[in-house]
Design a protein around this ligand. Structure first.
Ligand code: FRU
Length: 491
């Protein structure tokens, strides 16, 4: 293919010159959001796994910092989390200056004496996350497994007081394992969840957190996030979740969030609960200590199917936008709703359409030279298909007969860098009062779609070529009405 240089995303975090994958150690502390991430400090393909580091005050604009936790001769530093150890339970800081403690997976190398083992280790910072020291007693939790990784730790107020809870995976057994600790150093086994629902790949990067249902503090449910690769709904990598209850020992999924396997042991993937229906939202986990009890997640905007081949340089890969998640009753069941975090007044409105009918001749919209957000309320009316075309030939369409929202990137520009890249992804969407509500965030290299106020999310990478221009809305087989459509430029 052509060696066209891709523009760097305007709103999505990239490491300046290097490779990144999973977000790690998402934590809010002293007014600053920290994004650590799987990083190869020396190259733009996977390897030499270390924790890179960036910070932001608005979750949109990030500043890169030096590598926080580096690989060494003994270990690669795989995914994990960070907690603010407010009471200095670990003794790794002081009460006056509580430490940030990272709980990460040591992937032990040849010559380490633990070669091939994955176990959990600590690193700590007493300067607000800028420099880190590995704990001398590592690893702190070793069960002799080669696939035990991605610890997410949170503070839990139990009936017997507060303690730390870790969720991690036995990746090849499709299991989430839970442990507890008083000091982050000594861990006691609690329970195992899974296999359940999508099990066609390794389970990775779990998360467990409470959320009020419809904002009611007296009605709290727990969400267990389980990323899976391959075997996600759009193929390859993706994130599923379960709704249930955590009693301090066990996570018990509500039966309505569990899918019955058929006789041959398979489940119908669209019946599982998915964070995103696209190809490129993986390893999503949430921030610790986000202000005002908000639950904010970030995913790696990529898919292991083709991650190492993306046609960008010198960087490779980006993070998704931060998404605020809430639990809302939909058809009588508590389900996640996700909205991208776009600070108020974030954008400059550059185009508005109001109460306009769209028939056989398409409605032209302004083109993209920076990141843009399209908000649209559309009545499909008599149209069979309503489509938003981006970059000339990337097509987001709603089919009124099947109620499927489909993103087709087969003609999106550069697609041949990997045989698995060209694809179409679909998600079921239920109109509300006959209205299709879309929020589409278009940046250099990606399209993130939130439908019906965030009930459905669909994220795909796209790499438009030199001729990939033109944005328009069209209707086929009838007339649709654009109730309101705005385009905002964001930088
Ligand atoms: C998920 C993952 C994790 C692992 C990390 C290694 O993308 O495979 O399970 O900790 O990436 O970079």
């Amino acid at each position: 293919g052509s060696a066209q240089l891709m523009s760097r995303p305007a709103l999505h975090y990239t490491a300046t010159n290097t490779w990144l994958n999973d977000p790690n150690g998402l934590v809010y502390n002293q007014g600053v959001y920290h994004l650590f991430y799987q990083n190869n400090p020396f190259d733009n393909v996977w390897g030499n796994m270390s924790w890179g580091h960036a910070t932001s005050e608005d979750l949109l604009h990030w500043t890169e910092h030096p590598v926080a936790i580096a690989c060494d001769e003994q270990e690669d530093v795989f995914s994990g989390s960070v907690v603010v150890d407010e009471d200095n339970t670990s003794g790794l800081g002081t009460l006056e200056n509580p430490p940030l403690v990272a709980i990460y997976t040591s992937a032990f190398k040849e010559g380490s004496g633990l070669q091939g083992t994955q176990a959990q280790s600590l690193a700590f910072s007493t300067d607000s996350g800028m420099t880190w020291q590995k704990y001398a007693g590592n690893p702190v939790l070793n069960r002799g497994s080669a696939h035990f990784r991605d610890p997410k730790v949170f503070r839990h107020e139990g009936s017997d007081g507060a303690f730390w809870v870790m969720v991690a995976v036995e990746a090849q057994h499709q299991q989430v394992v839970l442990y507890r600790s008083d000091d982050l150093k000594a861990w006691e086994y609690l329970s195992t969840f899974g296999p359940a629902n999508a099990t066609g790949g390794e389970w990775e990067c779990p998360d467990l957190f409470p959320l009020p249902v419809d904002g009611d503090p007296d009605h709290v449910k727990w969400i267990l996030v389980v990323n899976i690769n391959p075997g996600a709904v759009a193929g390859g990598s993706g994130g599923q979740y379960f709704v249930g209850h955590f009693d301090g020992v066990r996570f018990i999924a509500d039966t309505d969030s569990l899918v019955q396997a058929s006789a041959d042991g398979t489940v119908n993937l669209p019946d599982c609960l998915w964070l995103d229906w696209g190809r490129d939202y993986y390893a999503a986990v949430s921030f610790s200590n986000a202000p005002n009890n908000r639950r904010i997640m970030i995913g790696w905007m990529n898919n292991w199917d083709y991650a190492n081949s993306l046609p960008t340089q010198p960087w490779r890969s980006s993070m998704s936008l931060a998404r605020e998640v809430e639990l809302t009753t939909i058809n009588g069941l508590p389900r996640l709703v996700q909205r991208p975090v776009l600070s108020p007044g974030f954008g400059r409105n550059i185009h508005t359409v109001q109460d306009m009918e769209v028939g056989s001749s398409p409605l032209a919209l302004p083109d993209f030279d920076t990141a843009q957000v399209i908000d649209a309320d559309i009545l499909p009316g008599t149209a069979r298909v309503v489509s938003l075309t981006l970059f000339g030939a990337t097509r987001l369409s709603f089919d009124a007969a099947t109620h499927q929202l489909t993103l087709d990137r087969r003609n999106s520009g550069h697609t041949t860098f990997h045989e698995k890249f060209a694809s179409t992804e679909s998600a079921p969407v239920v109109l509300e009062d006959g209205i299709l509500r879309l929020q589409v965030i278009v940046d250099h290299g990606s399209v993130e779609v939130f439908a019906q106020g965030g009930k459905v999310a669909l994220t795909d990478l796209v790499f438009p070529g030199p001729g990939s221009v033109g944005t328009e809305l069209s209707a086929e087989g009838g007339t649709a009405t654009v109730r309101k459509l705005t385009v905002s430029a964001v930088s």
